[in-house]
Design a binder for this molecule. Structure first.
Ligand SMILES: *[C@@H]1O[C@H](CO)[C@@H](O)[C@H](O)[C@H]1NC(C)=O
Ligand SMILES: *[C@@H]1O[C@H](CO)[C@@H](O)[C@H](O)[C@H]1NC(C)=O
Ligand SMILES: *[C@@H]1O[C@H](CO)[C@@H](O)[C@H](O)[C@H]1NC(C)=O
Ligand SMILES: *[C@@H]1O[C@H](CO)[C@@H](O)[C@H](O)[C@H]1NC(C)=O
Ligand SMILES: CC(=O)N[C@H]1CO[C@H](CO)[C@@H](O)[C@@H]1O
Length: 605
C-alpha cells in the first residue's frame, strides 16, 4: 500500500518512473541496508525483477529465433532510429515481455537516477571520490555541466580553443622546428586510453574524403608499447627536424610512456641539440610541474581533468590534440558534435527509444541470464579496424569487476569478453566458431554510404554493395541456421548432414550508420561508451575505476630493481619464487653484456 512508511529500512518501498513516464510505486524486497554508505549495498541479483528474469529466460530458451523472427509485430517493435542511426535488435533472444522485464530491472537498479547523477557531476567514481564527466568534453559552449559546483564547460572550451589555435599554427607552418622547418609529422606517445581511442578515430578518419584532404602530406603515428621495437617502428622514415612529439600522460608518471618520451627526447636532442626539445615536444597532462621538469614548455601543455578517465579521454586533449594536428580542428569538432548528439539522446530519451540503454540492457540479458561470456564486434568497414581494440579497453577495463560498488563480492559474472575484426575478414577467420561452435552474440555494424565507393563496369554490384551483402546475410544465417531437413531436400549425402547442419538461434544486433564521417564516428563512440555505463549501472559496479591493473605494475617494479642490481652489480636474483627466479636468471645469463649499459643506444634505423 502506498501509505507504507518509506522510512522503514526493513520494508523499503521503491518509487520509480518507468520508461513510459508513468510514476509507479512498488515494493521490491531488498535485504537490510548496511551502514549508511554512499550507495545502497543491495545487490541487483537480490531484487524481484532479476529473479523474474531468471525464470523468464527458461521460457525463452524454449523458443527458436526462427519463430521469433516470424512475428512481424515483434520485429517491428524492435527497431529504433535516432539521428540517422538505425538499431535493429529483433535478432535478440527476447520477446516483448522480456523487454518489459528488462525495463523493470532498470528501475530496480535506479538506472535513470544513476544516469542523471553522472550528468550532474556527482562523485559516482566513489573509490576515488570523483565525478565522471566525459560528456562535458564534447558539450557545446553554452551548456552548463558542473563538477563540485563549478561549470566545467568553459574550462573545456579554453583548452579546445588553445588546441585549435596551436594546431593551426603548426599546420600552417608558422610554428616551426629548431632548424626552421615546418613540422608535418606527429608522434603521439601514450598507452591505454591515451592510445587506443585516438588510434581508433585516426584509423576511421584516414579515408574519409574531407579528413583525407585536410591531412594531405601529414603523418600521425602512435607510440605506446614500452617495447623498444615500437620506438623503432614509430620513428622509421621520420626526420626529427620535421617531427613533433606529443607526450600524453595524465600524471606524467606512466612508466611506459615516460620511458618512451625520454627515448624520443634523446632521439631529438641527439639530432638537433638539447634546446630543440622545447620546439619539438608538447604535452597532454594534468601535472605542469613534471612537464616543465621534463624540458617541455608548460605553455605547450594541454590540460585535462581528474573527472576524465583514461579510457574515456579521446574527446579531451588526449585525442583532440593529435587528431587536430593531423586533420585540423574543424574536422575534430564534427567528431565531438556527433558524440554530443548521442550524449543528449542518452540523457533525455525514454528507455524504449534509447539506443545505449537498449544495448546495455540486452548485453546484461545475454551475459547474466543466458550466460554468454563474449561479444563479437563486427564492423563491415575497414575504417573501423581499430574499433574493437578500443572497445575492448572501454568495456573490459570498465566492467571486468568482481565486487559491487560497495565492495560486496558479486554472486554473478559482470563484464564480457570483447573481440572483433572487420567483416569480411572475420568471416574468413573466426566465424566458423560463431556459426557452429560456441554461441557468441554479435554486433554487426554497417555503413550506408562508403567513404571510398568503387564500382567496376561489368560487375553485378558495387564493391560496397558486395561488402554489405555479407552484412545483411550473416545475421540471418546465425539466427535461422540450416536444418537437416533442408539439407536432405538439397540431396546432401547422409554422412555430411551433421557437418553441414547449422543450429541457428544465435543472437546478434545490427547497427546501420548513414556514413562514416567524423560526426558518425563520434556517434558510434558515444553509443558504446554509454552502453557500457548502462551495463555497469545495472550490475551495480563501479565502471569507472581500474584497480585490477595495479598489482602487475607493482610486481614489475620489483623486477626492474632486480634487473638493475644484477646487471650493474652482478647481484644474484633474490626474493622471487622458484619459477620466476629461474626465468629471470635465464634471461640475464642469455643476455649478458653489461658493458652495453655504459652509453646510450637508440634503435639502429
Ligand atoms: C569527496 O570530495 C568532496 C569535494 O570534492 C569532499 O567535500 C568530500 O569530503 C570528499 N569525500 C571523501 C569521502 O573523501
Ligand atoms: C605532480 O607530480 C608530483 C610528483 O609525482 C607530485 O608531487 C605533485 O603533487 C603533482 N602535482 C599535481 C598538480 O598533480
Ligand atoms: C575513477 O577513479 C580512478 C581512481 O580510482 C581513476 O583512475 C579513474 O580514471 C577515474 N575514472 C573516471 C572515469 O574518471
Ligand atoms: C547481447 O546482445 C546484443 C545483441 O546481439 C549483442 O549485440 C551483444 O553483443 C550481446 N551482448 C553480450 C554481452 O553478449
Ligand atoms: C618463496 C618466494 O619467494 N615466494 C614469492 C613468489 O612470488 C610472490 C609474488 O611476487 C611472492 O609474494 C612470494 O613471496
Amino acid at each position: 500500500m502506498v501509505t507504507d512508511s518509506i522510512d522503514s529500512l526493513n520494508t523499503p518501498v521503491v518509487f520509480y518512473i518507468d520508461p513510459f513516464r508513468r510514476i509507479q510505486i512498488s515494493r521490491i524486497p531488498v535485504p537490510e541496508r548496511k551502514s549508511n554508505s554512499m550507495a545502497s549495498s543491495t545487490l541487483i541479483s537480490d531484487t524481484e525483477p532479476w529473479k523474474d528474469l531468471k525464470g523468464h529466460v527458461e521460457e525463452i530458451k524454449q523458443t527458436h529465433l526462427r519463430d521469433l523472427m516470424d512475428d512481424s509485430t515483434r520485429c517491428k517493435s524492435m527497431t529504433v532510429e535516432f539521428d540517422g542511426i538505425l538499431l535493429d535488435y529483433s535478432r535478440q533472444r527476447i520477446d516483448q515481455d522480456t523487454r518489459e522485464k528488462l525495463f523493470r530491472l532498470a528501475e530496480a537498479a535506479r538506472l535513470k537516477q544513476k544516469i542523471d547523477n553522472m550528468y550532474s557531476g556527482e562523485h559516482i567514481n566513489i573509490t576515488e571520490n570523483r565525478s565522471v564527466l566525459h560528456v562535458a568534453l564534447r558539450a557545446p559552449r553554452d551548456k552548463v555541466i558542473c563538477s563540485d559546483g563549478k561549470n566545467v564547460v568553459p574550462d573545456v572550451w579554453k583548452v579546445l580553443d588553445k588546441i585549435s589555435e596551436f594546431s593551426e599554427r603548426v599546420r600552417s607552418g608558422s610554428w616551426v622546428g629548431a632548424t626552421g622547418k615546418a613540422l608535418k609529422d606527429v608522434i603521439a606517445v601514450g598507452i591505454g586510453g591515451s592510445f587506443l581511442g585516438p588510434l581508433f578515430v585516426h584509423a576511421a578518419l584516414q579515408t574519409d574524403p574531407e579528413a583525407m584532404e585536410c591531412a594531405r602530406a601529414r603523418q600521425l603515428r602512435f607510440l605506446a608499447n614500452v617495447d623498444p621495437v615500437d620506438v623503432a617502428r614509430s620513428i622509421t622514415g621520420l626526420n626529427p627536424e620535421t617531427t613533433l612529439v606529443i607526450v600524453v600522460s595524465k600524471t606524467f608518471t606512466t612508466a611506459e610512456t615516460m620511458l618512451n618520451a625520454r627515448t624520443l627526447r634523446e632521439w631529438i636532442s641527439t639530432a638537433l641539440g638539447p634546446q630543440a626539445v622545447a620546439k619539438h615536444m608538447v604535452a597532454v597532462s594534468t601535472n605542469l610541474t613534471l612537464v616543465e621538469k621534463f624540458g617541455i614548455d608548460p605553455n605547450n601543455a594541454f590540460a585535462f581533468w581528474d573527472w576524465v578517465g583514461g579510457r574515456y579521454s579521446v574527446c579531451s586533449a588526449v585525442g583532440v590534440l593529435p587528431l587536430s594536428l593531423q586533420y585540423g580542428f574543424s574536422v575534430v569538432h564534427k567528431f565531438l558534435k556527433g558524440a554530443a548528439s548521442i550524449d543528449d539522446h542518452f540523457h533525455s530519451t525514454p528507455f524504449e527509444k534509447n539506443i545505449p540503454v537498449l544495448l546495455g540492457l540486452l548485453s546484461v540479458w545475454n551475459v547474466s541470464f543466458f550466460g554468454y561470456p563474449a561479444r563479437a564486434i563486427l564492423p563491415y568497414s575497414q575504417a573501423l579496424e581499430k574499433f574493437a581494440p578500443h572497445i575492448q579497453q572501454v568495456s573490459m577495463e570498465s566492467n571486468g569487476k568482481g565486487v559491487s560498488i560497495d565492495g560486496v563480492p558479486l554472486p554473478f559474472e559482470a563484464g564480457e569478453i570483447d573481440f572483433g575484426e572487420p567483416g569480411t575478414n572475420g568471416q574468413h577467420s573466426f566465424y566458423q566458431l560463431i556459426h557452429q561452435g560456441r554461441v557468441i552474440p554479435c554486433d554487426f555494424i554497417g555503413v550506408v554510404k562508403s567513404q571510398q565507393p568503387v564500382y567496376l563496369k561489368g560487375e553485378m554490384v558495387s564493391n560496397h554493395d558486395e561488402l554489405m551483402s555479407n552484412f545483411f546475410a550473416q545475421p540471418d544465417a546465425l539466427a535461422y541456421g540450416k536444418t537437416p531437413e533442408q539439407l536432405l531436400r538439397e540431396n546432401v549425402p547422409n554422412h555430411l548432414i551433421p557437418h553441414k547442419t547449422f543450429p541457428g538461434n544465435r543472437p546478434s544486433l545490427s547497427l546501420l550508420l548513414p556514413s562514416l564521417n567524423a560526426y558518425n564516428i563520434g556517434q558510434l563512440l558515444a553509443i558504446y561508451e554509454h552502453r557500457i555505463a548502462v551495463e555497469g549501472f545495472i550490475w551495480g559496479i563501479n565502471s569507472f575505476d581500474q584497480w585490477g591493473v595495479e598489482l602487475g605494475k607493482s610486481l614489475a617494479s620489483q623486477v626492474r630493481k632486480q634487473l638493475h642490481l644484477s646487471r650493474a652489480k652482478g647481484e644474484p636474483v633474490e626474493g622471487f619464487n622458484f619459477s620466476t627466479t629461474t626465468l629471470i636468471t635465464k634471461y640475464l645469463e642469455a643476455q649478458s653484456g653489461i658493458s652495453s649499459y655504459e652509453s646510450t643506444h637508440l634503435p639502429k634505423i
